[in-house]
Design a protein around this ligand. Structure first.
Ligand SMILES: [Zn+2]
Length: 405
């Protein structure tokens, strides 16, 4: 077992120890007789830092727990002159440790707030690099509950209550009314005591006073399989997150020339406008297609008891081509329309009035084979995409000659 110095003092960033054992595979790592490095466990991610000897400095990239209760320190590179018994000095990355203490103690306060206010218990805790989250054993969670828990948690932070570490026996713990008792059958439990607010058994690193958490900001709350997940950030992370929110909100507000608090109203207004314009545009295109179809048909002579329309357009999309083909083949009962557009996407649409004898799907396939496009369709309507705008007119000509042939 490695002696864990952080059990007694979370603010111990600098310590001395001796190497017990080294390991090369799968990654270089060392075991110490004692350590202040916190290993990933209980939802909290590990410390990082530096281990130095008289001769070298080694970066600790990750710290974990082994099954037999030892702490393993993974190194960025193997040491050159490490041996069992070598004296080392360990230095924890302070900023990272402080951040973890803020998130973790913040979690205790928040979990207790949900219990005190709504009797909602935390079933799991996750600490990430960006944000942390707790899963509440809840079937429903309202926006108001989230805000109220956030308010109480920050109240407790402002009151700067002491956060103490106590070691008690399992029997003693049973009488204390802990919010959380670990399942493992250890005789001695480490209790984190937030004065007159929360008692829970925990092996993590915590601040000494709730004021050191700084503040806590609740973010997304979402339904998950086992209840409700509440994301939060504490301390500097809360400030960084609020700053990032503010920047993106400010940028959005500038687009609307509005105050940030008016952004939702402005955004809704714009979306309504867009919806209205889209509808208007559809109507206009419908009318345009109708008029264009009538104009085209009046200029085409009937041959062999049908009207063959062959046209190439620019700046018309496939949807408009289809609309136009529909109009052309419905206004007059004996039309075959072979339409192409060169941009934005070179495309072809072939259509015929219902009851005509040609096969548009087959005609399209044959035309596309020649120009390397893809598409198909039914007997009366077919469409295809063509890789090269230059080949549109050739494809139309060859299809037209097939119809006439
Ligand atoms: Zn804890």
């Amino acid at each position: 077992m490695t002696e864990r110095l952080y059990y007694h003092d979370s603010f111990l960033y600098d310590f001395e120890a001796q190497i017990r054992e080294m390991q090369d595979h799968p990654k270089p790592a060392i075991f110490l007789d004692r350590t202040a490095f916190y290993p990933t466990s209980g939802g909290q991610i590990s410390d990082t830092g530096v281990i130095s000897t008289d001769n070298e400095k080694l970066r600790v990239t990750e710290v974990a727990e082994t099954e037999d209760g030892r702490v393993i320190h993974y190194l960025e590179a193997p040491g050159k002159a490490l041996q069992p018994g070598t004296k080392i000095r360990g230095q924890i990355d302070r900023t990272r440790r402080r951040d973890h203490m803020q998130q973790h103690t913040g979690q205790h306060v928040l979990s207790a707030a949900f219990v005190k206010l709504f009797d909602l218990h935390t079933v799991s805790f996750h600490m990430g690099d960006d944000y942390s989250s707790i899963d509440l054993d809840a079937t429903a969670l309202t926006k108001e509950q989230v805000e109220e828990a956030e308010r109480l948690a920050n109240e407790i932070i402002l009151e700067n209550r002491p956060v103490e570490i106590r070691f008690v026996t399992r029997d003693e713990a049973a009488t204390l009314g802990l919010r959380k008792i670990p399942g493992a059958d250890r005789d001695e439990l480490r209790i984190i005591d937030i004065r007159d607010f929360d008692l829970s058994a925990c092996g993590g690193t915590h601040v000494n006073q709730t004021g050191q958490i700084g503040c806590i900001l609740l973010r997304k709350a979402e339904k998950v399989r086992q209840g409700w997940r509440v994301e939060f950030v504490a301390g500097q992370r809360a400030v960084v997150t609020a700053r990032r929110d503010y920047i993106s909100l400010t940028e959005t507000a500038a687009l609307f020339s509005a105050h940030i608090y008016d952004v939702p109203v402005q955004a809704r207004k714009s979306l309504d406008e867009i919806r209205g314009l889209r509808k208007q545009r559809e109507q206009s295109l419908e009318e345009l297609a109708e008029a264009q179809a009538a104009a085209i048909l009046s200029g085409v002579q009937e041959e062999n008891r049908r009207k063959l329309v062959v046209r190439t357009f620019a700046d018309r999309d496939m949807n408009f081509l289809k609309l136009l083909a529909q109009k052309l083949t419905r206004i007059v009962p004996n039309v075959i329309a072979l339409l192409g557009t060169t941009s934005p996407q070179p495309s072809l649409v072939f259509a015929q009035s219902v009851g005509q004898s040609a096969d548009m799907g087959k005609l399209m396939k044959e035309a596309l084979v020649k120009v390397g496009g893809r598409g198909g369709g039914s007997k009366d309507m077919a469409q295809g995409g063509v890789p090269d705008a230059q080949s549109i007119s050739a494809a139309l000509e060859s299809a037209a000659s097939q119809i006439n042939g």
